[in-house]
Design a protein around this ligand. Structure first.
Ligand code: AMP
Length: 381
């Protein structure tokens, strides 16, 4: 099954069936490589009208981009290598389908998306070699020098890559991913369960995180708690954060992001994290995605507690009486925190929804009922 593949097409890590792929070669790098190939081919074919022959299916995007940049007379054709059962003892016989051109005396340039062992290319090459062409050249966008076993000359190489499984830009995995404009590489699957526990101030994130971290053996990071710890201990970070927090404003992103990274790195052996109170801005969300990606990890999902605002104000004022948190005691500061939430944080619902990772839960009810609702979501992540 593809998990939200379409929505995550712009992501740097995508999941197809149960495999994860990470963005590896950008559109720009591919375009640069093709530009160079076009310059070389143009130089070599000054007095010729070459026939470009793309090997389907994988080469369609490469061929389209290359011939669009080739500003001289040329012909374009496609073939497909098909195998059928032979009637004699030789078993499978390979045949080129779609080759209708008369190639005698012509300059033929085979366009391949990728050459690895060279086995397929050798079969194609052998078929063309019988056609009395004037010259037979090979151009491949991607080439794996470490596994190439043949003596064939490859005349034009776009990008040499190590022996890794790649998809995108015409190359498929189970027929999928050909439409991606960049190249993605197979990676080892993420090991952690990373949950963003989301919701407005007072939604019950802290209470639920304490229960969920035990249940799922995760490390709970509450950026609010870390700031408060630093304020109590009068650290430099605490001093810096205090004025923002007292007013119900967000602490600046750079400070918060650095702090969050340090907290994650302190727990590198964790099974995963519950992020509570982070990310709170889009730039924090992007920073978190990038940071996890460097570790080969991803956010598994954003689990959101949905609670009406009026109920939240009452809850926060009640909490302020017990906890002594100054930002919970003054209604105007509470309103400002909601304002910060609505203007900067609420957009994160869209951010994760676009990745197919937003899961809302009703945050009104008994603590136990809400834990059950959240667990049902987390179990399926
Ligand atoms: P909380 O305990 O999550 O309600 O956070 C209390 C306060 O800490 C917030 O009102 C902010 O001033 C600050 N804070 C906590 N997390 C963040 C964050 N991710 N970005 C910016 N400020 C934060």
């Amino acid at each position: 099954m593809i998990v939200k593949f379409v929505q995550s097409i712009k992501m740097s890590i995508i999941k197809i069936h149960n495999n994860y792929f990470k963005k590896y070669i950008s559109e720009e790098k591919i375009a640069e490589a093709i530009d160079k190939m076009v310059v070389q081919i143009t130089e070599d074919c000054k007095n010729e009208t070459p026939i470009f022959i793309g090997i389907l299916n994988g080469s369609f995007m490469f061929v389209a981009d290359l011939v669009r940049k080739y500003n001289h007379s040329c012909k374009v054709s496609f073939v497909k290598l098909a195998s059928y059962e032979g009637t004699n003892s030789t078993g499978k016989i390979k045949q080129l389908v779609g080759l209708n051109e008369d190639l005698e005396g012509k300059t033929v340039i085979i366009l391949e998306d990728i050459v690895d062992t060279g086995n397929t290319l050798q079969e194609i090459y052998d078929i063309f070699a019988d056609k009395k062409v004037k010259q037979l050249k090979i151009a491949t966008l991607f080439f794996k020098p470490d596994v190439f076993k043949k003596e064939l000359p490859i005349d034009y190489i776009g990008i040499s890559i190590p022996d890794k499984f790649i998809i995108g830009y015409g190359l498929d995995y189970d027929g999928l991913a050909r439409n991606l404009s960049s190249i993605y590489q197979l990676i080892t699957p993420p090991k952690m369960k990373n949950i963003v526990l989301f919701g407005p101030p007072g939604a019950g994130k802290g209470t639920q995180a304490d229960l969920l971290k035990e249940k799922y053996n995760l490390v709970h990071i509450s950026t609010g708690d870390v700031f408060r710890y630093n304020i109590t201990n009068k650290t430099e970070l605490g001093m810096l954060a205090k004025s923002f927090m007292d007013n119900g404003d967000l602490v600046p992103d750079e400070v918060t992001i650095d702090m969050l990274k340090a907290e994650v790195d302190k727990n590198s052996a964790a099974n995963g994290f519950i992020f509570d109170g982070f990310p709170r801005t889009e730039s924090q969300a992007k920073a978190l995605d990038d940071f996890l990606e460097e570790k080969g990890e991803v956010i598994s999902g954003m689990v959101a507690l949905e609670v009406p605002e009026d109920l939240l104000v009452t809850r926060l004022l009640e909490r302020g009486k017990i906890s002594g948190r100054t930002d919970d005691q003054d209604e105007s500061k509470i309103r400002n925190r909601f304002n910060e939430y609505n203007t900067k944080t609420a957009v994160l619902k869209d951010y994760y929804q676009l990745q197919g990772k937003y899961f809302g839960a009703n945050g009104v009810g008994s603590i136990d009922d809400i834990t059950k609702r959240l667990s049902k979501i987390i179990d399926e992540l």
